[in-house]
Design a protein around this ligand. Sequence first.
Ligand SMILES: Nc1ncnc2c1ncn2[C@@H]1O[C@H](COP(=O)(O)OP(=O)(O)OP(=O)(O)O)[C@@H](O)[C@H]1O
Ligand SMILES: [Mg+2]
Length: 212
Amino acid sequence: MKYKGKFIVFEGPDRCGKSTQANMLNKYLTSLGFDVVITREPGGDSVAEEIRRILLDPTNTVSPMAELLLYEASRAQHTEQKIIPALEAGQIVICERYTMSSCAYQGYGRGIDMEIINRLNSIATRDVKPDLTLVFLMSDKYFTERGEYLFSDRLELEDEAFRHKMRRGYREVAAKTENAVIIDADRPVAEIEASVLEEIKKHNILEGSKTV
Ligand SMILES: Nc1ncnc2c1ncn2[C@@H]1O[C@H](COP(=O)(O)OP(=O)(O)OP(=O)(O)O)[C@@H](O)[C@H]1O
Ligand SMILES: [Mg+2]
């Protein structure tokens, strides 16, 4: 189904700059008068935020399949309660992480069959597809530099080999996904922002979008 609004997803491994760029785009589009909703996965509404807490708690041991199902439960809730209503209302939705994260983390990272993941993604999203997915890929050397001060959550405790598998996952899945673009996230913030705006233009995100 085609919605009036537009759906932009920021994807990529931990600390690659998704929040930084999503917030900058939100500010920019809002300053132009567009009606924007910014949100993130896992989370996005109160039930999905509860699930997020379980998923990110470093004291929890979560089996790979339980982890996938929790993400998909959170996604179903978030999509139905927040994303679809916003798209129906004609808003621009900016979302940090969506289906591609499950492919990269649970599929390439943890080795769950991709057919299972694709099927669950399709159920949880009711087949809502992003109009643009920006996939941020960053060299591993920046992982520590950009997160030194942070307390690692459960998922950030994964090692370099895991992060390598995920980057490969993102590359391969992005290549097969409609309206997905890889963005070199090693560059300075302003350069990345310019690339993001270029893609917004190329994908006609602002044409016909609602202003407040
Ligand atoms: N292009 C950049 N160059 C240098 N540092 C950056 C760049 N983009 C973001 N940072 C810094 O790197 C850190 C992580 O950035 P940010 O929180 O935006 O990443 P993220 O992908 O949202 O992370 P997470 O996966 O934890 O949500 C922050 O301290 C941020 O200020
Ligand atoms: Mg973030």
